[in-house]
Design a protein. Structure first.
Length: 123
């Protein structure tokens, strides 16, 4: 069963080609590939709370530290937490935790390539 991404759950229309993308811009969550697969989502669709500048409630959200308080009250984040907590990799609210979960997932699938190597070499 495909897991729902935040833009599908919230019906915000801010994904590429969405009905509000032209007016409000494309949300970075919908295109950020470095967290693709986290909690079973597409791009950062099930990790939106960890992405600075995401759009929620019609407003651009700030940094992770600034927005996390609001995210803890978000129905979608709590849905993801409820779905993922019992799983083998569990739930992570930090980007580092998510990247480590992806590494474990890739290792268990026989992948030896370091996740995000392109990204980490630029920082």
């Amino acid at each position: 069963m495909k897991k729902m991404n935040c833009w599908e759950y919230k019906k915000c229309g801010r994904q590429p080609g969405g009905n509000k993308a032209g007016e409000l811009g494309v949300c970075p969550v919908t295109t950020l590939q470095t967290l693709d697969g986290v909690h079973g989502g597409e791009n950062a669709g099930r990790a939106c709370w960890a992405i600075a500048g995401s759009l929620c409630g019609g407003k651009i959200q700030g940094t992770f530290a600034q927005k996390l308080h609001n995210c803890w009250r978000c129905e979608f984040m709590n849905l993801v937490k409820k779905e993922e907590d019992p799983g083998a990799l569990g739930f992570s609210y930090t980007r580092l935790g998510m990247e480590k979960s992806l590494e474990k997932m890739q290792t268990s699938e026989g992948t030896t390539e370091r996740f995000g190597a392109r990204e980490t070499s630029q920082h």
